[in-house]
Design a protein around this ligand. Structure first.
Ligand SMILES: Cc1cc2nc3c(=O)[nH]c(=O)nc-3n(C[C@H](O)[C@H](O)[C@H](O)COP(=O)(O)OP(=O)(O)OC[C@H]3O[C@@H](n4cnc5c(N)ncnc54)[C@H](O)[C@@H]3O)c2cc1C
Ligand code: SF4
Length: 442
């Protein structure tokens, strides 16, 4: 008996690959503890032994950061764990973070040849195992060249800016990193919840980069474009999309209606107590990573019922499939093909008027277009978390686009994953280095 595996291959009724220990549904509903544990050495070696070491390594093509996956897996097999870590960190300075948060089912593991035989190699779990151990044992020390190639401003301390800063420093550039918050990390600090990315794990890898640059915290890039252009040999903009877009429906500004991004941030700042969700019914509007993390976090705060309202179907949800599956497991409900058109207060609660949707021909985004049917229904909730979209901090982009010497990457240029931001930051650093080596001409 074979079952279709989410990554495209077939899985026999038994399990082929090792799997990390995961918290039970009940544990997840009552704590923010990390859902998955790191593999043991025995599990990692067992999994490494399954790798086919394919000559064309399609897994590498599936990795935006181009980590040499079979090379690091071969080193695990021979118990050379320091060597395995070196291979990973060569192409991705946020290896332990990405080993946790990469949507591997859509990237390297989707491309893995082993899908055709049974299940993909657990590349993400292996990467996490190697990087966790290397960092815990203090085996990661990046070497930077000492000759100064140039002076670069990196704006935004999220994964795109951090990666760019790292590769620039390795080649000997002086780097000034400007971050509008009091800590660098971007969504690694303020977005992704701790049950998927513990604070300490993020901090360790972020510090390994920020310790090697001049970090200017609480610095909001605004109208300083001309000064920056004079002062620096090149500028990298990795400011992400940090301003949430709110609903435009009547009632969207009522008390009890929150931006999901602000809710997630409050949890990371340990201000979850501001959200008295225990025993309450929560509606979450949206279908991306923010919506799913907000729903799963509300469950952990003790909400009695959490419903994700999404205007398309599960197939079109931008959230990663592993997140949708985890939300189902944790008891999150979903209402598809529904969009709120009005919110009104009723007896201390919120009444959402939802309009039914039917899907039409693909729009410019390539996804099915959304056609309101006119059929309306009421939905009651105690609080509403809105996660429909976000945009760049307006002050950060005005007057900056399409200037010579200005390079960009990450979510600002259409990325949507940490590893894509890392890859963009690396690519921009290599372009900046080549531009500086040629004396500043493209
Ligand atoms: C809730 C949530 C969960 C997610 N889960 C995952 C996941 O599991 N896996 C995954 O791969 N991706 C996930 N993502 C997406 C991922 O976090 C982003 O793709 C990634 O962080 C983008 O990196 P970035 O550096 O481009 O932007 P950001 O991480 O947004 O960093 C931008 C930085 O720039 C700073 N900044 C902004 N404007 C200015 C300014 N004007 N001046 C100075 N600094 C400024 C910001 O404060 C921030 O530190 C998630 C996103 C969210 C919101
Ligand atoms: S595609 Fe899969 S089996 Fe082949 S080298 Fe990569 S990880 Fe190993």
């Amino acid at each position: 008996m074979q079952e279709k595996h989410p990554a495209g291959g077939y899985q026999a009724a038994g399990t082929w690959n090792v799997s990390p220990r995961t918290l039970s549904r009940q544990e997840r509903r009552t704590s923010f503890g990390e859902v998955e544990s790191t593999l043991t050495l025995a599990q990692a070696v067992q999994e490494a032994n399954r790798c086919l070491y394919c000559y064309d390594a399609p897994c590498i093509q599936g990795c935006p950061a181009q980590i040499q996956i079979p090379e690091f897996i071969a080193r695990i097999r021979s118990h050379n764990l320091t060597g395995a870590a070196e291979v990973i960190y060569r192409d991705n300075p946020l290896g332990a973070i990405c080993g946790r948060v990469c949507p591997v089912e859509a990237l390297c593991q989707k491309a893995c040849t082993s899908c055709r035989i049974n299940t993909p190699i657990a590349i993400g779990s292996l990467q996490r195992f190697v990087c966790d151990l290397a960092i815990q044992e203090g085996r990661i020390a990046f070497q930077d060249e000492t000759n100064v190639l140039g002076k670069v401003a990196v704006v935004g301390g999220g994964p795109a800016g951090l990666s760019c800063a790292h590769y620039l420093r390795q080649r000997g550039c002086e780097v000034d990193l400007f971050e509008k918050e009091d800590l660098a990390g971007g969504l690694l600090r303020w977005g992704i919840p701790i049950y998927r990315l513990p604070e300490e794990v993020a901090k360790r890898e972020i510090d390994l980069i920020t310790n090697r640059v001049a970090l200017h915290r609480k610095y909001l890039l605004g109208t300083q474009a001309e000064d920056f252009l004079k002062q620096y040999d090149a500028i990298f903009l990795g400011i992400g999309l940090s301003s949430p877009i709110l609903l435009r429906t009547p009632g969207a500004d009522l008390p009890g209606v929150y931006a999901a991004a602000s809710f997630l941030r409050a949890l990371r700042e340990k201000k979850g107590g501001d959200f008295a969700f225990y025993g309450k019914e929560i509606a979450v509007v949206g279908g991306g990573a923010t919506a799913l993390d907000a729903a799963r976090s509300a469950i952990r705060l003790g909400a009695s019922k959490v419903t994700v309202l999404y205007r398309r179907t599960a197939e079109e949800m931008p959230a990663f499939s592993s997140e949708v599956e985890a939300a189902f497991q944790e008891g999150v409900d979903f209402l598809w093909l529904m969009s709120p058109v009005e919110i009104t207060p009723v007896d201390g609660r919120l009444k959402l008027i939802l309009e039914g949707i039917r899907l039409g021909e693909p729009d410019e985004s390539g996804r099915a277009s959304v056609i309101p049917t006119g059929v309306r229904t009421n939905f009651l909730a105690d609080a509403v978390l809105v996660a429909i979209a976000s945009q760049a901090e307006p002050a950060g982009v005005e007057g900056w686009m399409d200037r010579p010497k200005v390079f960009r990457g990450g979510d600002l240029t259409g990325g949507a994953t940490v590893v894509q931001a890392v890859a963009d930051g690396k690519e921009a650093a290599l372009r900046i280095i080549s531009w500086l080596e040629k004396g500043g001409s493209q």
